[in-house]
Design a protein. Structure first.
Length: 172
């Protein structure tokens, strides 16, 4: 059985005060690190409690902190054991679906960011070609464009023509 320890009170931090972006870096100053740990611990407990209240879910938190001989168990030892047992009773496949380790999380984030970069590159390319298109309409030559650029410009012009035709149809 995991022994139950009480939750530490917050360190005079107002609950309605918002913070700016926090750099995620190891805090070398021991006393500052301990103070940050205590504040974050209270915040995690509060978030877990709100999540439980708002969504009607079982929750528990087990925190192993350096310098403490026993882990923190929240909200109760029995509640934590109940949640852990429910998780253990799931099949291996269901457990793996619900678990995310650092590698999986990083891979998911890299995929998401990669997709965002791809979309942004496409938008930037379209804006660049639109700018070139307007330059051509103003009489500037486009002899220095590559074949790839000319093909992309052709596709962009075709798309713009289709958009204009759809607008005309809607207006009629």
């Amino acid at each position: 059985m995991i022994p139950l320890k009480p939750i530490r009170p917050s360190q005079n931090q107002p609950s309605n005060m918002t913070r700016g972006k926090v750099n995620s870096a190891y805090v070398t100053n021991h006393s500052a690190r301990k103070a940050i740990f205590n504040q974050r611990e209270v915040g995690i407990m509060k978030a877990a409690d709100e999540l439980s209240t708002l969504c009607g879910i079982d929750r528990c938190a087990i925190i192993f902190s350096p310098g403490e001989p026993e882990p923190y168990v929240w909200s109760s030892q029995m509640g934590a054991q109940r949640v852990i047992e429910r998780f253990k009773n799931l099949s291996d496949k269901e457990q793996n679906i619900r678990m995310v380790n650092q590698e999986t999380f990083t891979r998911q984030m890299l995929t998401k960011v990669g997709e965002q970069v791809k979309k942004q590159k496409k938008k930037n390319r379209e804006k660049e070609m639109t700018h070139i298109m307007y330059d051509c309409l103003n009489g500037e030559a486009f002899q220095n464009l590559s074949v790839v650029d000319l093909n992309f410009l052709s596709c962009l012009l075709s798309q713009k023509i289709r958009d204009i035709e759809r607008r005309i149809e809607l207006l009629e």
